[in-house]
Write a protein that binds this ligand. Structure first.
Ligand code: ZN
Length: 270
């Protein structure tokens, strides 16, 4: 183990006075709510930028800081690129919209509400029907540690085969997904698509979702070469996961994304 002192990660500078993202702190729940909503909007814009849209499919959630039984999510049938502060909706576990003007995505409700209810520690979730992730989910295979980036998911994701391919609009479908999510940050829902969960932030959740999609793309590319693949050994893969695959690291990656979006898409805050 590396001795990091007071630092959360090896990436945090030891040298004082340098510009580096700080984890946010809040004086009131209202401040924290505004922050979470801004980051949720940015995560949706990031998904649009990455081409993760597929009609109305895809949903991102973050718990309300004061009322954790309620969660903020993107509105049904609004493109990720058009999500902003004023069209987010607040939904309860039964799928009732308690704040906001838009409807909720039924499939989103079933999957996310069940996971959130079963795991009080999970505060954020992301799901979308991406090209490579969905294709990879047809194989029923795990993400292999073929790169340092892929090591972030080593022993930190599950494959959910139950209900494979059936649209998740029934409540029991969501409960099967929820059971699988214990202690991991990602799931490959067979014949459906990718899901990520975070015990830290929507920032981390959205970044790891994009990273997972990228791993699926890279694995398919490597498979397509037909060449023999070499895997990172389990002990090295665990070491890498610990240092480059944590929630904090996911959050840190997303700060660069957030700054770029805030500069180029100020209508996020409308
Ligand atoms: Zn879906």
């Amino acid at each position: 183990m590396l001795d990091l002192g007071n630092r959360k990660s090896i990436y945090q500078p030891e040298q004082q006075g340098l510009k580096f993202p700080d984890l946010p702190e809040f004086d009131t729940p209202a401040e924290e709510r505004k922050h979470r909503k801004e980051r949720l909007v940015a995560a949706c814009r990031f998904f649009a930028q990455q081409g993760f849209d597929y009609g109305f499919a895809g949903h991102l959630t973050i718990r309300d800081p004061e009322r954790p039984e309620l969660y903020w999510t993107n509105p049904m049938a609004v493109h990720f690129a058009n999500v902003n502060m004023s069209n987010l909706i607040l939904v309860d576990h039964k799928g009732q919209v308690v704040e906001g003007e838009y409807a909720v995505n039924r499939a989103g409700f079933v999957l996310h509400a069940n996971v959130h209810e079963a795991h009080p520690d999970i505060i954020a979730m992301c799901h979308a029907h991406t090209v490579y992730g969905t294709a990879f989910c047809a194989l029923g295979r795990p993400i292999e540690p073929i790169t340092q980036d892929a090591c972030a998911f080593f022993e930190d994701h599950v494959i959910i085969g139950d209900e494979a391919g059936a649209v998740a609009v029934e409540n029991h479908a969501g409960s099967n997904v929820a059971a699988a999510f214990k202690g991991v940050k990602a799931a490959l829902h067979q014949n459906h698509g990718l899901l990520t969960a975070s015990r830290h932030s929507i920032d981390s959740c959205a970044f790891w979702f994009a990273a997972l999609e990228r791993c699926c793309q890279q694995q398919l590319m490597v498979d397509a070469t037909g060449h023999k693949q070499t895997y990172v050994t389990p002990d090295r893969a665990r070491y890498s996961r610990e240092h480059v695959g944590s929630e904090y690291i996911g959050w840190l990656h997303f700060q660069a994304v957030y700054e770029q979006l805030a500069k180029e898409q100020p209508d996020m805050f409308d």
